[in-house]
Design a protein around this ligand. Structure first.
Ligand SMILES: NC(=O)c1ccc[n+]([C@@H]2O[C@H](COP(=O)([O-])OP(=O)(O)OC[C@H]3O[C@@H](n4cnc5c(N)ncnc54)[C@H](OP(=O)(O)O)[C@@H]3O)[C@@H](O)[C@H]2O)c1
Length: 359
């Protein structure tokens, strides 16, 4: 099959003919119809993000495609089914603490790296081998819409945070990084799930205006000044009531103080979910004040990706018509233009824009 191969960090992707993947028990082979290219793929491939990936490797996490073959233990999936290939590969022998690898993106710890060695190659290829449970059925779709269905990859991450904080209809959410890719997906989801309102802080007025245009009154934009005391008040004033929860999606380039300022807008009993990259490349620690957490009964938790149950529930929101994938603008590239797709994705980050490869 044809695949885009990263031979070494810092080298361009090479479009090679590689051996077709074969499957065993507990695995599924999927014909990749569309696969998302994240805005920071160039940083992963250059090595700047220091993600743990063995090379050579076929990059690409997540895809929309059709089942080509299933292992002997698959009881429902069959050839031709449309599936989302969930890149979150979990060890099956991990009990309460499974090892996790993001297939062909990154891995956590020694066990995660072991998984990554095995489920090594990703979706920048004509087909991909995934664990059976990672081929999540999405129901019949128009093949022309496969690119739009790649928004699942972003939405699922956002949804993982909202499920982790047990976000409820009628609540007010603040999204730190609301103008970014994952942040804007969180905004769309929280509103679809019945948020009273969503506070969206950001620096880019044009993007904030666009969010307001898309979502109307329930979207509360706040232009950040960079001055913590001013920004805290502005974010609290923008909400129609107390802020129940904060979801943080700030990238590694952002100082911890920005994240802290947003989290400290929470009401008594509020919950914060940390999902961004703050501190991953060093810098100041988040350092939330102990007395503030204690006296205000605050819950702070981290979230990496999502539970498998998030997938059918998210499909339900889409199929039920409350979440519209047409909000995303898709730019598609053929596989042999994978390097152009990576450059395009970097230059077109932000809300409701998807760069995809169509192998
Ligand atoms: N936990 C997980 O499972 C998971 C999964 C995937 C990705 N992630 C992480 O999610 C993070 C976000 O990714 P993304 O693709 O959404 O990034 P992105 O599209 O580049 O968005 C970045 C956001 O950060 C804001 N920002 C940047 N500098 C800022 C500053 N100085 N002050 C305030 N806001 C600032 C931007 O807003 P303005 O420019 O408008 O100010 C924008 O809203 C990454 O670190 C990624 O690694 C986590």
């Amino acid at each position: 099959m044809k695949a885009a191969v990263l031979h070494d960090f810092g080298k361009p992707l090479s479009i090679d003919h590689v051996a077709d993947p074969t499957i065993g028990t507990g695995e599924v082979l999927v014909d990749v119809v569309a696969t998302p290219v994240l805005s920071y793929t160039a940083e992963v491939l250059s090595g700047a993000r220091q993600y743990l990936l063995p090379t050579p490797v076929v990059p690409g996490g997540g895809a929309v495609g059709q089942v080509l073959a299933v292992g002997p233990d698959a009881t429902r999936l069959k050839r031709g089914d449309w599936v989302f290939c969930d890149p979150t590969v979990r060890s099956r022998d991990g009990g309460l603490t499974p090892d996790v690898a993001l297939q062909a993106v990154s891995a956590r710890g020694e066990g995660g790296q072991q998984l990554q060695q095995y489920f090594r190659d990703g979706t920048f290829a004509e087909c991909v081998r995934v664990p059976t449970e990672n081929a999540a059925p999405i129901g019949a779709i128009d093949p022309e819409n496969a690119g739009h269905w790649c928004a699942l990859a972003t939405l699922l991450v956002a949804y993982g945070g909202l499920l982790a904080m047990d976000f409820r209809p009628g609540e007010t959410l603040l999204v730190s990084g609301a103008t970014g890719n994952f942040g804007s997906a969180t905004v769309a989801l929280a509103l679809a799930m019945g948020a009273r309102c969503v506070v969206a802080p950001g620096r880019n007025v044009g993007v904030l205006d666009d969010l307001r245009r898309r979502f109307g009154e329930r979207l509360r934009p706040v232009q950040l000044s960079g001055e913590p005391a001013v920004d805290t008040l502005a974010m609290q004033a923008a909400a129609t009531g107390p802020i129940d929860a904060v979801q943080d999606f700030l990238p590694p380039s952002v100082g911890a103080a920005i994240a802290r300022t947003a989290i400290m807008t929470l009401r008594q009993g509020g919950r914060a979910v940390l999902m961004g990259g703050v501190g991953m490349l060093g810098g100041e620690d988040l350092a939330l004040p102990y007395p503030w957490i204690m006296r205000n009964l605050i819950t702070v938790r981290g979230q990496w990706m999502y539970d498998t149950l998030a997938i059918p529930r998210l499909i339900g929101l889409i199929r039920g018509g409350v979440l519209d994938l047409d909000q995303w603008t898709v730019t598609a590239f053929p596989l042999n233009q994978a390097n152009n797709a990576v450059v395009h994705a970097a230059g077109n980050a932000g809300p409701f824009k998807l760069t995809v490869l169509k192998p």
